[in-house]
Structure formats: C-alpha cells, structure tokens
Design a protein around this ligand. Structure first.
Ligand code: CP
Ligand code: NVA
Length: 312
C-alpha cells in the first residue's frame, strides 16, 4: 500500500472515511464480545506529544496494545526535539525504527514537515488547525445513533476558529450535512478555513439562531491549548455562547450534545447539559479508541477497508 498520512479528514476519500466508521463499529463489537484481534504484532507506534492529553494518549496507547503492537510516548521534554533537533531529522530517524507516528503539536506545518520526511504513516493527534481523530469518534457516535449525519443539521457553538471547528467544517462537506457555526465575530472562522466547508457551512453571531432546529449541538473549550494567556478575554467575549438548557431548547426536540472534552462546566457548557440525558460525550470519548484502531489498521494496510482502497 502506498504511504498514506492522516493530517486532516480530507487525506482520506469520503468512501474510505465512511468504510472506516463502519469498521470502527465492527471493532467495537468485537471488543465488547471479548474477542482478541491482534494483526499488529511487532509493530510500534511513536506518539509525540507537544501538548497535554488524556484521551488521545490513552486511546492510541491502548488501541495499539489491543491490536497486538506497542506504543511509545515521547515528549519534547525528554527527547532532543526539546533541545533543538529539527522536526525533519527527528522524522527521518524515528521513521526508520517505528511503523507509524502520531503527533500532537501546535503549528500544522510541523505535521506537514514531519510527514514529508517520514517513511511511515503520520497521524494528526491534534494541531492548532485540525483535530481529525476526534471527528472520527464524533462521526462514529453519530453513525451509531442515526446511521450518519447526512442531511442532518449540526450547530457548533463557541470558538469557531479553533481546531475542532475547522475539522467540523471539513466534515460537513465530506458527509453532506449542514453546519451552522454560532460564534462571536472575533472568534469566527477565517475565510480560508470557511472555504473548506463550502456551501455546507454558515456562520451566525447569534448562538440561538445557530442552534435553531439543530439535531446535534457541539461545543469545545473557549481557550484551547496554547491560548492560555487569552483566557480572561475569551471568557468575556464568549460568555453569551454557553450551551445550556435555554440554548438546547432552541434545537430540535431530542437533539444530542457533543463535546470533545476536556469540558469546563459553567463556561462553554452548563452542568445540566453535559451531565444530562442528551449528552453523548462519554460515548464520544470511548469511540476515540475504536475509531483510531480502525484508522491504524487502515494506514498499516491491514483489514477490510485497506483491501478496498482504490475502489472507495
Ligand atoms: N479530546 C481530546 O483530544 O482529549 P485529550 O486532549 O485529553 O487528548
Ligand atoms: N480545542 C481544544 C481541543 C482539546 C481536545 C484544544 O486545542 O485545546
């Protein structure tokens, strides 16, 4: 199989993504039935974390173990990356030893530079611009509930200019659903990012208008990693964009709530919504594991989705 990377959702074809979500659901069932599936014996995933993580680290490390392989946690604090070794040299060296690399970093260019110098597949475990692995889990969760998001209305409320908002915009075009971003002008998507969603995405500065009639309400933290010095200003500007009972009431009856986590109750979401019956955040978090197992299997060229490559 030709070398493939997963830096954003568009690196896979719509057909591959849909097949991957079905495969993730099948792998979840296999796990629930207590069956072992270890096609990656002897393979190593290097995980480079330049930012903190709970879900991404645990899901990749556990997923790799469940597939029979090994995962290696690397941080700039303990590697030569933190002492100025270039990203390209790091990629050349690591990719001669391991079989796949996952990177969580700041600039999306770091990922591109790493991938360009790598001999093995590179996965984006979150950059300032995109969080495609989270979208795999979110789309998988929507598939479990509704069979998919096609034709549905999704509202993303809050910081419309962060990695999650960007990945949701890409998803809207690929999966053919309408996405309304409800965000203040200061934290609305750039024209360049907005273009990735095309006619599927609308930006509104009134959160209630954005939420109106939506089947799914999504939010994310107001202050992303790397923006900590702006936290106070963001709390002020985003204060009317909290997902709470009143906002959920504007959505369609029975509308679901998603959040990639970590959450800040009382900021971007109220406790009654995230801890309420329409919240699917724990399923979303668990689905990181299953979706990324399907992704790694595919990028290794193993399993049913990889076998269909070219036809999808
Ligand atoms: N949602 C997510 O990526 O969580 P972590 O930052 O804990 O990995
Ligand atoms: N937008 C958030 C997502 C965390 C998973 C951040 O980048 O910090």
């Amino acid at each position: 199989m030709k070398l493939r990377h997963f830096l954003s959702l568009v690196d896979l074809s719509p057909g591959e993504l849909k097949a991957l979500l079905e495969r993730a659901i099948a792998l979840k069932q296999l796990r629930q039935q207590g069956e072992t599936y270890m096609p990656c014996t002897g393979k190593t995933l290097a995980m480079i974390f330049e930012k903190s993580s709970t879900r991404t680290r645990v899901s990749f490390e556990t997923g790799m173990a469940q597939l029979g392989g090994h995962a290696l946690f690397l941080s700039p604090r303990d590697t030569q990356l933190g002492r100025g070794e270039s990203i390209e040299d790091t990629a050349r060296v690591i990719s001669r030893m391991v079989d796949m690399v996952m990177i969580r970093t700041f600039s999306h260019d770091t990922l591109k530079h790493f991938a360009a110098a790598s001999r093995v597949p590179v996965i984006n475990g979150l950059s300032d611009d995109h969080h495609p692995c989270q979208l795999l889990a979110d789309l998988m969760t929507a598939t479990e509930h509704w069979g998919g998001l096609e034709g549905r209305k999704v509202a993303y409320i809050g910081d419309g200019a962060n990695n999650m908002a960007h990945s949701w915009m890409e998803a809207a075009r690929i999966f053919n659903f309408s996405l309304r971003i409800g965000s203040p002008a200061k934290y609305s998507p750039s024209a360049e990012m907005l273009a990735t969603g095309g006619e599927y995405v609308t930006v509104l500065h009134d959160p209630f208008a954005a939420a109106e009639g939506a089947d799914l309400i999504v939010t994310d933290v107001w202050t992303s990693m790397g923006q900590e010095q702006e936290a106070e200003q963001r709390r002020t500007i985003l204060q009317d964009f909290q997902v709470n009972h009143a906002l959920m009431a504007a959505a369609a009856p029975g509308a679901l709530f998603m959040h990639c986590l970590p959450a800040h109750r009382g900021e971007e979401v109220s406790a009654d919504v995230i801890d309420g019956p329409l919240s699917v955040v724990w399923e979303e978090a668990e689905n990181r594991l299953h979706a990324q197992k399907a992704l790694m299997e595919f990028l290794f060229g193993i399993g049913p989705v990889a076998a269909l490559q070219g036809a999808l």
